[in-house]
Design a protein around this ligand. Structure first.
Ligand code: PLP
Length: 421
């Protein structure tokens, strides 16, 4: 039996209706910006495998550091023990995180990083005996698939069976120049109840919501109100973090910094699942007490896995290198050129760009996972480019190490696809 047949026997894939999509393509190898299937066909990974492998697949410098670590310390309980990879990672992160961040809490994936952030915010006020139990989220956000993260997510098409079990969340619209006044009024009215503990947002780019982008100055106005009213600002930087917006963190585009930041995805350069929730000293201090129950009793078995920490250290070393910083600028410039090239195409409705993120909306109506989406996906794969259109949006979020030639190939294939619409 081939791999696809063997896969079908026991495996259940994420975000998949197996009745409609029974077959899964075996990927046997990856290197740099390329994936290789079991027939030897090469695909340019145009979305860095969900924005994780930003320094390229099987990056030699990262692998060599992990190999060294693997001979020294593989795994140890992080409650009661500590280790050098975690400590070194904390120091490297503090050098690039917004300066108000001071403590780091480990978990395993983006959703748990968000759950940790929500629990931190709620317990912060609980410990302070302030009755603040409500959380505000932005409409159409995506923060993950665990119950807490699902609750603050607005893309609820798939959440039907769980709706009555979710946290009650107040929602406001993503601010735009046109709706800003209303959004601010709504936000203020919620804050004025005195019951709002936190606001969670994806800074500047809502990834799963078709890479919708919004302006820093508008978000800053909301953050200013949050700050004035002691509402905890939680930035979900799981997608935007680590250079994708051309700054280390998208939060750097704003004057007002978040109190809590969620990180995952490219944190470990695509090598291992790990996540971090960072917070300010002020939040941390609300948990420090002679009373043990005021502590944060949340902990995942694999917290701060030394191998994952080593991957993260290696990733940050690359991120801050001149080589990668130059690539980020080069890709951003090329995206802007490509935008100019296609924005007036008859089948293009809108385009947007920030850092290495590029997105275009097609001038057609289609379902998020409808048939045109599949046609496009299949066409891209035939042409050797791995992209995952979201509804009528095609986006590129390539590894930083993608070559100019590979990037040009992605642009070309997208241009050709515009003719298929
Ligand atoms: C991917 C993502 C998550 C969820 O992360 P998982 O590791 O898939 O649980 C949360 N928020 C944002 C912005 C994401 O892009």
């Amino acid at each position: 039996m081939n791999l696809t047949e063997r896969d079908k026997a026991h495996l259940w894939h994420p975000l998949t209706q197996h009745k409609l999509k029974p077959n899964h393509l075996p990927i046997v190898k990856a290197k740099g910006s390329s994936l290789y299937d079991n027939q030897g066909k090469e695909y340019i990974d145009g979305i860095a495998s969900w924005y994780t492998c930003m320094y390229g697949h099987c990056n030699d410098s990262i692998i060599s550091k992990i190999k060294v670590q693997l001979d020294v310390l593989d795994q140890v309980v992080f409650s009661g023990f500590t280790h050098k990879p975690a400590i070194e990672l904390s120091e490297k992160l503090m050098a690039i995180l917004p300066s108000n961040q001071n403590k780091l809490f480990f978990s395993d994936n983006g959703s748990t990083a968000v759950d940790v952030a929500i629990k931190m915010a709620l317990q912060y006020f609980f410990n302070k005996k302030e009755k603040r139990t409500r959380i505000i989220a932005l409409e159409d956000a995506f923060h993950g698939d665990t119950f807490g993260a699902m609750s603050v997510s607005g893309l609820s098409v798939y959440n039907g069976p769980f709706e009555s079990f979710l946290l009650t969340i107040d929602r406001i619209k993503v601010p735009t120049k046109d709706n800003l006044k209303t959004v601010i009024t709504n936000f203020k009215n919620l804050v004025d109840t005195g019951e709002i503990a936190a606001i969670i947002y994806e800074p500047l780019v809502q990834g799963a919501n078709s890479m919708r982008m919004y302006d820093a100055d508008l978000l800053d106005e909301l953050l200013a109100i949050a700050k004035e009213n002691n509402v905890i600002a939680i930035a979900d930087e799981i997608m935007t973090g680590f250079g994708k917006t051309a700054k280390n963190f998208a939060s750097e585009y704003m004057l007002h910094q978040p109190d809590i930041i969620c990180m995952s995805k490219s944190l470990t350069a695509g090598i291992a699942p790990m996540a971090l929730t960072s917070c300010t000293q002020k939040i941390y201090e609300a948990f420090c007490d002679d009373d043990i129950t005021k502590g944060f009793f949340h902990g995942h078995t694999y917290s701060a896995n030394p191998l994952a920490c080593t991957a993260a250290i290696a990733g940050i070393d690359l991120l801050v290198s001149k080589e990668i910083q130059d690539r980020i600028l080069e890709i951003s410039t090329r995206h802007l050129d490509f935008e100019t090239r296609i924005k007036n195409h008859k089948n293009v409705n809108a385009t947007r760009c920030l850092g290495v993120i590029f997105a275009l909306d097609l001038k057609v109506k289609m379902d998020r996972y409808g048939s045109l989406r599949d046609t496009l996906f299949n066409y891209f794969m035939e042409e050797g480019v791995f992209l995952r259109p979201l509804g009528n949006t095609i986006y590129i979020l390539p590894p930083f190490v993608i070559t100019n030639k590979e990037l040009e190939r992605i642009y070309e294939v997208i241009e050709n696809a515009l003719e298929l619409v």
